[in-house]
Design a protein around this ligand. Structure first.
Ligand SMILES: Cc1ncc(COP(=O)(O)O)c(C=O)c1O
Length: 377
């Protein structure tokens, strides 16, 4: 690449322009309502002034409704991956024994982060497409001496499987009562119940670009009192994600450092819409759309990748039909029909495709996307 006074020469210089509007059915990022889009254009404000403080209080209060917790929520700049790092860096010290329950690509990635931080990781892996078996998890973790934590992906976005979180939480607490239970709820929270306090979850995190009808860029996380206590002796280095710094600052009505102000406005508007719809109605809408999508796909003669007993209500993974080039199919849908679906991840690349139905979505959106798919297979 050569650089001139006009800039790099390897790419044509074009005017900035909006991407084409599509029926956008990725399992994150997800579409945003017009009200949320408009909030992204609001003027900047002082992030230590009264207007932002009102936004902050509303956001932190409304998030508790969907986290189903009395614990404070912390909001960090970052994507879902920041949740892996923040949960680990705050709770553990190098060499600590942890178990990671992996049922797909995101469980694998949580494992990579734990290894990068020098934890002593036991991976408890299940076949992709299956949910974690609570009894197997209990047996495996009870054999690990000095176990400090268990990490679980609530909804495995790569396979379209939703773990039975209540059963897993019960099994983990019974088999390893002293271990913290960390839950990646990136692609479930805000759409599906994951009642933190009731289930005794110790760390729960999610990302704004999934069920929250908000662009990517915010990671929201809550720590139980037990996890907050563990942060006091956890020695892994941290600053940006530090629980104590952030919790103290948010408790005083301030972000710990300059926040992505526009994203906070957008999350504020989105949460107000979600609260107005009602938590149970939001959950019911996702359950209905998940079931509807699966039924329509089966009626087309397609087969689904996930164990039907644990099918996710936020994303459906479809096996590529015989003699169909999955990547070509997705391209045709995008170019000809303006319907955007996701491909497979990791070892499922080219073999499956995924349809998101989380956040700002109604049946008419699914009907349009599914009708286009039916025409192309
Ligand atoms: C379950 C789960 N965990 C973690 C992540 C990582 O999030 P991000 O890509 O926003 O960093 C994702 C992203 O799709 C996810 O689905």
């Amino acid at each position: 690449m050569t650089t001139t006074a006009q800039g790099p020469q390897s790419a044509p210089i074009t005017q900035p322009q909006a991407p084409l509007a599509t029926n956008f059915r990725l399992p994150g990022p997800t579409p945003i309502p017009p009200e949320v889009a408009a909030a992204g254009a609001w003027p900047m404000t002082n992030h230590r002034g009264p207007e932002f403080q009102a936004v902050l209080q509303r956001v932190l209060t409304n998030l508790k409704v969907f986290f189903q917790t009395e614990q404070p929520i912390l909001v960090f700049p970052g994507s879902g991956s920041a949740g892996w790092e923040a949960s680990i860096a705050n709770c553990f010290s190098a060499g600590d024994a942890v178990a990671i329950v992996s049922i797909g690509n995101f469980g694998e990635r949580y494992t990579l982060v734990a290894n990068a931080f020098g934890l002593n990781v036991t991976k408890i892996a299940f076949e992709w497409g299956q949910a974690a078996d609570p009894q197997v998890v209990a047996e495996r973790i009870s054999a690990i001496p000095g176990l400090k934590g268990v990490m679980i992906t609530h909804n495995e976005t790569s396979t379209g499987v939703m773990n039975d979180l209540p059963a897993l939480a019960r099994a983990v607490h019974a088999a390893a009562p002293d271990a913290l239970l960390l839950v990646d709820a990136v692609s479930s929270l805000g759409c599906v119940a994951a009642p933190m306090d009731e289930l005794g979850l110790d760390v729960v995190f999610t990302g704004s670009q999934k069920g929250w009808m908000t662009p990517p860029g915010l990671m929201m996380v809550a720590f139980s009192q037990r996890a907050a206590e563990a942060t006091k002796t956890a020695k892994l280095p941290r600053f940006f994600w530090d629980y104590t710094i952030a919790a103290k600052s948010f408790a005083q009505g301030n972000p710990p450092y300059t926040p992505p102000i526009s994203l906070w406005y957008q999350l504020d508007v989105a949460l107000s819409m979600m609260v107005a719809e009602g938590r149970d109605n939001v959950f019911a809408r996702h359950a209905a759309l998940g079931a509807y999508t699966r039924q329509r796909l089966r009626a087309m003669g397609l087969t689904l990748f996930a164990d039907p007993a644990y099918a996710s209500n936020t994303v459906t993974t479809v096996n590529g039909p015989a003699n169909v080039d999955v990547k070509a199919l997705l391209k045709t849908l995008r170019v000809e029909d303006r319907v955007v679906l996701a491909g497979g991840q990791g070892k499922l690349d080219g073999q499956v495709f995924r349809i998101g139905h989380m956040g700002f979505v109604k049946q008419a959106d699914m009907d349009e996307a599914l009708a286009a798919l039916a025409r192309r297979i």
